[in-house]
Structures are given as C-alpha cells and as structure tokens.
Ligand binder design. Structure first.
Ligand code: SF4
Length: 281
C-alpha cells in the first residue's frame, strides 16, 4: 500500500496564531474563549486542561480577559463585550477581517448584502449580525427564494468551496438578469489551496482519509469535494478510528486534513496507515 499526503493540508496560519495566542495569554492570566476556538475536540480538551475556559454565552463569562476566536465577531458583539468591561484578546484571522470589510463596503454602497455560507456558522453570524437585512445562501433554492433587488453585494464565508461559490454567483446573475451583482471572492487562500490539493490528491488515489473534527465545517467540505472525484473517502478524528476494511494491499491512500486539525493527529493517522500490513495491532 502506498501512502501520500496532499500538498496543502491541516492547520492554517489563522488557527495556528489563535491557538498560540490562547496558550500564551492563558498562561499569563485567567482567560475565557468566546465560543469554540476550533471545532476539534482534541484541541478543545487540551485548552481545557491548560485551565482556559470556553464559553459560548457572553453573560456566563467570569474572567476579565475574553478572547475573540479566528472566526471573528460582529461589531455589535464586540461592543457588547466591551460594555461588560472585559479586556479583549483579539484573534480574528486577518482574512476574516477582509470578508468583513468587503461586506461593509458593499452594504455602504447600497447593495443588498448576501453571504454565501452556512446559516448559523459562527463566522457567518459574525458577518451578518451587523446587517439584519442580509441574506445567507448556500444553494440555488436559497437564491430562488430571494426577492428582487436592483443590486446585490456578495461575499463568501472564508471556507466555502470555490466551485460552489462560482456556481451560486452565476445562478444569482441568471435568476436576476436585470440586477447588478457585485461579487467579492473572500474564500481564503489556505482554503483554496487545501481544496485544490484535495482534488489533485483524490485523482491520484484509490482511497482518501480526511483527518478532522466531525463538527468542522471545512473538513466536511473537503470530504464532499473529494467524494466527487474519489468515492472511497473516509473522515476520522483520530488514528484509532481507521478501519481495516476500508483498505486493500494495492491501494494508494491519500491523506488530507481540515484547517483545524493539529499536526499530531495527521502524523498519527499517517503512521498507522504506513504500519498497516493487512490488519491493525
Ligand atoms: S480558514 Fe482561512 S480565514 Fe479561517 S482562520 Fe484559517 S486562514 Fe483564516
């Protein structure tokens, strides 16, 4: 069996920076992270063991220092944190800030704000909370349900697959042919690199293992992207979840991972695959 890695995989710089900021600030003083830093149970457990709190509800936060995650928050939520007298530890990814600025400039120019993304995802909430009129779309049916506007200003959740984004923007233009559609591509570079590398990997492999948390949106998107090229794709959080009957001796097995997956988890999965001799001990 041959094992190969995607050219780009695993933790992005935004998550790495947020994690190291949480660790250094958490070592200095009591710290609460507002919401999950990453959707990866191992990382969250390690933070908990280091005495760092994770709390989704601002009203329940008991520490002075509050960390904003890489996913970012709305201006409204940031103001609410300040009003409670907290010291803010800001870990919003600069590429999420790019999406916020793009949406603001489109809305201020009078275009109806549209976000291509998953309703309820923390990054999408942060984008739209300051624009109650904004629409969030993830499918052609969502676009069909929009009402006519003279102009739309469209941005994307940073972790959306580029192919979906392009096809939805095209659909919006077809659905409202006499409206202006102003599109800003705010899918981040690490996501694009991981998606492209995953497609290439899927074309070279007979089976692909995607390492990442079950609740990680970008990990699930990687699985969906790969499945269009390679039907034998499996998602695992840990090496222990690998199953013998997924593999054959003549397989070429590809490994990729979501942007919230720590290096150690990828390495453990790779080591177990390389040690495979028809069974696992
Ligand atoms: S996925 Fe992209 S936008 Fe999100 S934290 Fe990573 S680099 Fe930043």
């Amino acid at each position: 069996m041959t094992v190969i890695r995607a050219h780009h995989l695993g933790m992005c710089f935004g998550v790495r920076d947020a994690l190291s900021l949480a660790q250094s600030e958490g070592a200095r003083r009591p710290l609460t992270i507002l919401g999950e830093l990453v959707h990866n149970p191992t990382v969250l457990e390690n933070l908990r063991k280091a005495g760092i709190h994770t709390e989704p509800e601002l009203s329940a936060v008991r520490t002075e220092a509050v960390m904003i995650t890489a996913h970012g928050v709305s201006d409204r939520r940031l103001a609410a944190v300040r009003e409670r007298g907290h010291q803010i530890v800001e870990a919003t990814c600069p590429l999420v800030h790019v999406a916020h600025r793009a949406l603001r400039s489109l809305a201020e120019a009078g275009h109806h704000p549209v976000v291509i993304g998953r309703k309820g995802h923390v990054e999408v909430n942060g984008l739209v909370e300051d624009y109650p009129e904004a629409s969030v779309v993830l499918s052609e049916a969502d676009i069909d349900a929009l009402r006519w506007r003279s102009s739309f200003g469209v941005v994307t959740q940073t972790t959306q697959p580029v192919t979906r984004v392009r096809s939805l923007v095209d659909h919006l233009r077809r659905r409202f042919p006499d409206s202006a559609v102003h599109f800003r591509d705010t899918v981040c570079l690490p996501t694009k690199q991981r998606q492209e590398a995953a497609i290439q990997l899927a074309g070279e492999c007979s089976v692909v293992i995607v390492v990442g948390g079950q609740r990680s949106n970008n990990t699930r998107e990687l699985v969906d992207t790969i499945r269009r090229v390679c039907a034998r794709v499996h998602q695992v959080e840990t090496a222990g979840e690998l199953q013998v009957d997924w593999l054959r001796a003549d397989d070429t097995v590809g490994i990729t991972a979501g942007t919230s997956t720590p290096d150690a988890q990828i390495e453990a999965v790779e080591a177990r695959l390389r040690g495979w001799d028809g069974r696992y001990s």
